[in-house]
Design a protein around this ligand. Sequence first.
Ligand code: BES
Ligand code: ZN
Ligand code: ZN
Length: 467
Amino acid sequence: MIKFNLKIGKMEEVKSDGRVEWNSEKKSGEIKIRYENGRKIFVAGFCKAELNINELQKISAKIGKKAKGEEIKNLALVSPETGRHPVMGFTEAIIQGLLLGEYEFKKYKSKKVDEVEQVEKVVEEVTIVVKTANELIKTKEEAEKAEIYCQAVFLARDLVNEPSSLTTPSYLAHLAEKLGKENGFQTEIFGEKEMEKMGMGCLLGVSKGSDEEAKFIKMEYSPLSGRSRTIVLVGKGVTFDTGGLSLKPSDGMETMKMDMAGAASILAVFSVLAKLKIKGHVIGLIPATENMPSGKAVKPGDILKSFSGKTVEVLNTDAEGRLILADALSYGLTLKPDIMIDLATLTGACMVALGEEIAGLFTKDEKLKTELLAAAGKSGEKIWPLPLEENYEELLKSNVADLKNVAGKKYGGAITAALFLQEFVGKTVWAHLDIAGPAWEEKGNELMPKGGTGFGVRTILNFLQKA
Ligand code: BES
Ligand code: ZN
Ligand code: ZN
């Protein structure tokens, strides 16, 4: 782990074997090395008058990698000046960039490879130089926050990267309990018997084909002082999505251990709420199950009765996320939240609409939309609004039940999935984030290797800091 120091003074006074200089004439992201009195200077292009956090994080990750390649152990930098002011949120972005870019999931690599990598040089220390005592206080806060955010992101990434044979619903439930004990929040775990009593027919229906018991995980963080809004966070926890009897083709199934990325992000958020001294009353709900085919599995044409009482005709067992979320969201309503937000790897259609980097945001509440867009902007994560089009609601009407779980149309799948969820949130202020694209990184980039990304953690934490 890199150690971060903060110092008031001049760059030249800092002892380090490398330092960063900003150059507004160079292309953003371009990094060149020059030498000065035996010291390596990383000249980083940064030509934006307006700060784009994602870009700054990427530049920072690149500097980290370059410095590592040059065997630099101590790096010093100041914030670039835009106009007369240093860039706001600079320290946060720089530290996040350096740390996020360092992440690796090596648990299952055999020892030999590990040993080779151990020898590799790493940046050990980064000193951020500021001009005034005031700036130092702000910078210190930003630095601490950034490190905690990254800890949470790494937990979410680890959970997504672990094989689904480990991260079963029971594993997630135990983890929630452990995190609760360590980080000062309450947990309650409901097993299948309790779910039956509660009438969670949709979650139980999805779980029918699996040998693993489904779990409904409830986490509650209530700070002693400053309780303001009650916010319910729901995370889709399908620990493996085969599609069920509507089986996925092999290439579509390959990455489906990531179908609990929403749950992973919510668990990660809870792991740092106390450390960040969040003031809101936050409740996390995770419906956790596998989606498997078997002689006991739910069949197309079956009808499930949800926690809300509404009945659902299951026409495609691969549209399982909306079923388990239906029960979780309507359970969430009973907690009378001011705001409810769900994170779910819900549809391939959302990836068709927005690509792999951007999550779809669905909400009818303009204030919540503005707050979430601002939180995402500050985190460097990308989300974009999509409509809850009323005209499409009738596509979800069933001949035999109150609703069917798929629209049966080729187009607008992300919207009809969101409209299905909307049936279960009553009048509560609610937002749905379809993270199917950005929850998983196919190629790897400056800020993350291939695999789980921990998407949503930083946006939700930024949102809660304001709550
Ligand atoms: N977990 C998938 C969605 C998904 C696809 C996430 C790709 C990440 C990457 C979800 O349960 C699903 O299978 N959705 C179907 C819905 C369809 C049957 C209406 C889909 O998107 O194809
Ligand atoms: Zn599915
Ligand atoms: Zn799924």
